[in-house]
Design a protein around this ligand. Structure first.
Ligand code: BGC
Length: 819
């Protein structure tokens, strides 16, 4: 196992270096005229008629990616592989020019001034706009706001708030001069160890889809675009470029496509990014069933699809399948498109369709309408918003004897754990935002006028300085190159220091840090999914020392993904899961600790008792399989890179996360939907508009704050459906909502509209969404297990809600698909 992992890691590092070489600027020359077209009269069809095949190819293929490589990495690149952009050609000049529009973005599409075709700037997200904060030869800085990671946003259960965050992110996209944000990410958190889980919302498809739709609506309200990603079934980083994911049609439709379906139908994203992986034997970017039959014909998507950076292997298959743009693009790919048209392999009419979709989106971009961006988004207002959203998404996991909020006698605080002083705001890789600052926990405490023990601060500060200075570069090459904070290994704590602090301070805070990101999955090991010995002992020693003085100890989880908590959660007095809360981190955490904000976040993902309990444990991240690599067919520009033939079978099928734990009675440490508050709520008066369902159901429920302080409550509606024809999970979320801030004694009535599709399951035999006849239980919960009210409805006969195409079956033949 160990050796295999090492080998995989080595291969991945080599691959990444080569990937960067390609991205680093292999460009070639061609001719364009510089004359401006007339924008007001831009007519897509007549422009397409005038464009040459070469120009069309240049538009559908990206213009390369520019990443300044550190010397250490340059030295590792084999001679002859690095090519510089030939800036003497017209194409070279054009590319040089468009790259200056917004430095630090992931990609730019070609411009053709003679036709009025403008470039589209594609910038990463999802936790904010990823651009370079400084520009060569330019005064000033261009920092973007690091918002809370998607997992925090989902934990707010507040779609209105997410839309507001989207609006703020979109304003930064617009005012810094980008056109399309490569976000949000809406893959399911299938396994706790996926390295990119932090970029995703939840293990539940409804939460995922609703959050993504709110985010897209917010961003696009600024007149800029989004690219929902990674479409689809991209649930791991291990061998992400070659993994073949095998899953049932039902799991695909009900779990992995559902979030995308909701987002497309409820927010019309301008673009979609296909993923790296294969699904049931076909690269997603080459799959007409996924990109045309399902996305366009069934869901009505009308934008363009782009590849993930370097995804797939056969660009002609991609263009034919409805993957309109190849990113980041290379000269060879442009030539391959031209050759394919010339030799009849690719009909020009298909290329025209790709071009038409790209141009139709272009007409909506700020650059096309000559928007004069200010470079001055309202960073101050966004900092306030991120501070609020982060505290709304933090989850109070434990709170013995009301350890939190701090009592008024708490003034002096001892902060343990290196990450208290070096808090992690966001994940690593392309999802890392270049923010101006991160408020550490210590700064947050000081901002709120708490005294932080300076002796302990000095000890940690010098430890951090020394450790950072000697810290080896991140093992994850993409982290090294694209950025993001590595957590610090924990310091061995002298017991006497803990005792001294316990007598000098009023309370202890202990921060446990974990980061993760693109390029690697996490490990089911101590120091990652599990706490290591130093961390366990830190929590124990500090808590015992403070308890001996009649004082409390609080743990803060500054983590990118789920960790094990069952074995130690009873030790401290309280546990607050802050995830990676964005740049206002310390302020947001202290707002909860001090009681300024009452926690209302609830988990959008389960915390299993151990990794062994996860439904995916046998099938993550999959296995190497015998077979040929795709190198022969590879026209992506990455053909010299080995893509290890790899396969993962989603044996757990639809039983992802809580659907599995509840159906198979597997106890968890913290269940989906769980989170504590400083107040309590009473649920009453559940009313259903009918007890015999035909096509719609209105549910109303009253929620009242019966505690002492104001608070908000996330309300969850679960369904238990009959299993006569199709098996079903014990429980599945069908709606949710959040109250406004309720003062003590105040109440609110929430209502939910349930349509037939919300009750339906996917019936593979008949390719339809089916509401089976029988009895349905509606459960109103404060969490997936804390059910407050229930009622029943019956369905007298089967309802076929929608019949869809037979598509993406596990046994389909790749060759047939590529015809
Ligand atoms: C990531 C995408 C990202 C793209 C551009 C890829 O490696 O998977 O999420 O948008 O790079 O940076």
């Amino acid at each position: 196992m160990e050796n295999r992992m090492l080998k995989i890691k080595k291969n991945m590092i080599i691959y990444r270096i080569l990937l960067l070489v390609i991205f680093g600027g292999i460009l070639f020359s061609c001719q364009t005229s510089e004359k401006d077209g007339n924008k007001s009269e831009f007519d897509v069809s007549s422009v397409i008629e005038k464009m040459t095949v070469e120009e069309k190819a240049q538009l559908v293929v990206g213009t390369g990616m520019y990443l300044p490589l550190p010397d250490s990495i340059k030295a590792m690149i084999p001679e002859g592989l690095r090519k510089e952009l030939d800036t003497t050609t017209a194409y070279g000049k054009m590319v040089t020019r468009i790259r200056q529009y917004l430095p630090g973005t992931a990609g730019v599409t070609a411009e053709f001034p003679k036709y009025g075709i403008t470039s589209q700037t594609l910038a990463d997200g999802p936790a904010g706009l990823r651009i370079s904060p400084v520009r060569e030869g330019k005064e000033g800085t261009f920092y973007a706001t690091a918002f809370p990671i998607a997992t925090v946003l989902a934990s707010t259960w507040d779609t209105k708030l997410i839309e507001n965050i989207g609006q703020a992110i979109g304003e930064e996209v617009l005012e810094y001069g980008a056109d399309i944000l490569l976000a949000p990410g809406l893959n399911l958190q299938r396994d706790p160890l996926n390295g990119r889980n932090f970029e995703y919302y939840s293990e539940d498809p409804l939460v995922t889809g609703k959050m993504a739709a709110a985010m897209v609506n917010g961003i696009q309200s600024n007149g800029v675009g989004t690219s929902i990603k990674h479409y689809a079934v991209n649930n791991q980083e291990t061998n992400r470029l070659s993994v073949n994911t095998i899953l049932s049609e039902r799991a695909l439709r009900e779990m992995y496509l559902k979030g995308f379906e909701i987002a497309v139908k409820e927010s019309q994203p301008w673009t979609v990014m296909s993923s790296y992986n294969k699904v049931n034997g076909v690269y997603t970017s080459e799959d007409p069933e996924l990109l045309t039959t399902i996305l366009r014909d069934e869901w009505g998507f009308d934008g363009y699809v782009m590849t993930d950076w370097g995804g797939g292997s056969d660009i002609v298959a991609q263009l034919k399948a409805g993957n309109d743009m190849i990113q980041p693009g290379s000269p060879e790919q442009i030539q391959a498109v031209i050759a394919a048209v010339e030799n009849g392999e690719l009909e020009e009419s298909i290329l025209d369709t790709n071009v038409r979709r790209i141009l139709s989106v272009m007409l909506r971009t700020p650059r096309f309408s000559d928007y004069q961006n200010s470079n001055k988004p309202d960073l101050e207002a966004h900092a306030t918003l991120t501070r609020q959203a982060a505290s709304d998404g933090m989850i109070l996991l434990e709170n013995k004897d009301k350890a939190l909020p701090f009592s008024s006698s708490v003034k002096n605080i001892a902060a343990f754990g290196a990450n208290s002083y070096d808090f992690i705001s966001g994940g690593t890789g392309s999802g890392d935002v270049n923010e101006a600052y991160t408020v550490s926990l210590i700064e947050g405490l000081q901002n709120a006028d708490y005294q932080v023990d300076s002796e302990l601060q000095d000890i940690y500060t010098s430890y951090i300085k020394e450790t950072r200075a000697n810290q080896p570069p991140p093992e994850n090459f993409l982290t090294a190159l694209l950025g993001g904070k590595q957590p610090l290994p924990e310091m061995e704590l002298d017991e006497n220091i803990a005792k001294k602090m316990a007598s000098n301070s009023d309370i202890a805070l202990i921060t446990i840090g974990r980061n993760a990101g693109e390029g690697d999955d996490r490990k089911p090991e101590a120091g990652d999914f599990y706490l290591n010995d130093k961390e366990k002992s830190l929590i124990k020693v500090v808590t015992e020392a403070f308890h001996a003085e009649g004082k409390k100890a609080i743990v803060i989880l500054n983590i990118a993904g789920v960790i094990e908590t069952a074995s130690w959660k009873n030790v401290p007095d309280a546990i607050l899961c802050s995830w990676l809360p964005g740049q206002e981190a310390g302020n947001s955490v202290v707002d909860i600790l001090s009681g300024k904000v009452n926690p209302s976040g609830k988990l959008a993902t389960s915390f299993p008792n151990s990794y062994e309990d996860a439904p995916t444990v046998e099938n993550f991240p999959g296995n190497s399989v015998k077979g040929e690599t795709d190198d022969k067919k590879d026209e992506s520009g990455f053909s010299f890179m080995k893509r290890e033939p790899w396969e993962v079978v989603y044996e757990e099928d639809i039983y992802v996360g809580y659907r599995y734990y509840q159906t198979f009675d597997v106890p968890v440490s913290y269940e989906f939907g769980y989170g504590k508050s400083y107040t309590s709520f009473e649920y009453s008066n559940l009313q259903l508009s009918t007890d015999s369902f035909t096509d719609q159901l209105e549910i109303t429920v009253d929620v009242k704050n019966i505690g002492q302080v104001a608070g908000k409550e996330a309300i969850q509606v679960y369904l238990k459906a009959p299993t006569e024809k199709l098996e079903k999970p014990e429980s599945q979320l069908i709606a949710f909502g959040k109250t406004s801030l309720l003062e003590p004694e105040a109440g609110e009535s929430l209502s939910f509209t349930i349509n037939a599709k919300d009750l339906a399951s996917f019936d593979e035999t008949n390719s339809r969404w089916l509401v089976e006849a029988g009895e349905y239980t509606i459960r109103i919960g404060a969490s997936s297990q804390d059910i407050k009210l229930t009622d029943q409805i019956s369905v007298s006969e089967d309802i076929t809600v929608e019949t869809v195409n037979k598509a993406m079956t596990p046994n389909r033949e790749i060759e047939i698909m590529r015809q």
